[in-house]
Design a binder for this molecule. Sequence first.
Ligand SMILES: [Zn+2]
Length: 482
Amino acid sequence: MHRSRSQQVVVALVLSAAFLAADLCATESLRVADSLSVGFATTDITPRWDGERPVYLAGYMPGRRAEGVHDPLAARGIVFRHRERKLAFVSVDLIGLQMETVDRIRKELKDYDHVTVASTHNHSGPDVIGIWGKSFLRRGVDDEYLRKVVRSVVECVRLAEQKLEQVRGRFGTATDEKLLHDSRLPIVTDPTIRVLEFTRVSDGAPAGLLVQWSCHPESLRSSNRQLTADFPAAVVATLEKRRRCPVVYFSGAVGGLMAPPHQLQVGDRALQRGTWEFCRAYGERVAELALQAVRQASPLSLTPLRFCAERILVPVRNPWYRAARLTGVVRRKSYAWTGDPLERGRPMKLLHATRIGAIESEVGYWQLGELGLALIPGELYPELLEGKIDSPAEADYPDAPREPSIKQTLPTRQWMLAGLANDEIGYLIPARQWDARPPFAYGKRTSQYGEINSCGPDSARIVLESLARCTDSVTKAVLAKQ
Ligand SMILES: [Zn+2]
């Protein structure tokens, strides 16, 4: 049975009813009563490791069995409350939690208007997708561990809610191109760290930080066999110590492919990527950049809280992804592809896994007063932030329509972007840069890495057009109220 478009699209759009009255509140006491409250919490999601029951590390290639725990993995969350509205944002030290798991988390948090769970894209955490088991044909996910993640994320939100306190916000950015390495041409990175700082209304003390940086947590390379949160652990530890407040770190546009540089100069020593020393030093360097952003931050209004989330269908054109479903390595519902990202087709049986089906995912947009937050369910190429898309003639679709850029789409001057938010559907590559067939662009003899981990050349467009509908819905609803 096909459902109608109106049934399919889940668009939740929110405006505080008395929003316009806010400006009329003349006294400071009334303003305080109307201010935003936030609460932070952290819970542990380190898998149980005893040396006997295998834990397979996600990322790179299958068969990376963990040999110990170097440092704990965490779920770090923040809850926002303004009047009757409640939003929760949790960042997890995992490669990419799937939509189905996020839906299970949301079932336990039905009193929230929207819950976002974003993954840092950690390449030294347990497999939560399936493709990194003992071999290409063996599922690497421990379902008991996934249940623990669901419980811990829910607990994180509940604990954060108990710590709600009234805050003011400041937003700042800082840039350092030397802290990123782009291994795929063209060279386009997003070397800007974006930091939202909260201070308590009661005494002006730091209440917490939200930090967005766009880099694969791959400072340890593929030879690592220890469970670790990678460099984000050092970012968080450094900032919590220096600012004496909780920190939620999350990843932005990490596609295309954003990784730490091969080496880092610390004093007269050149630390090499792939070592624990490098991992810590790189995290500390990113934390220093975040502190620079805090020093440059300016106050901004963070209310009212608005959001929009849209369910979309994304066709899986990638034969490897389809094979992973056929072998049971990845367990994910698939629907007949209707050609319309807003229309869900019939559920596809496993027998039909070789045909092109579509997976259901979600794109979202939060607008916290003057700050926009894009929620992107995969690894966005940074080219798509400002539309710096290359069109090499040798690529497969040099005349494909350009995707709407993030900058063009977001209505706010200040913004953040959460990649791998609520899902991980792979790389979101500009169609004009899709280059899987010879001849290859930039004089390459083989295809550059990327397409093999993407649903298809149209997935970026589907996601970004959905984001544009979300921002439009929020903007139009605001205008309608004025
Ligand atoms: Zn990746």
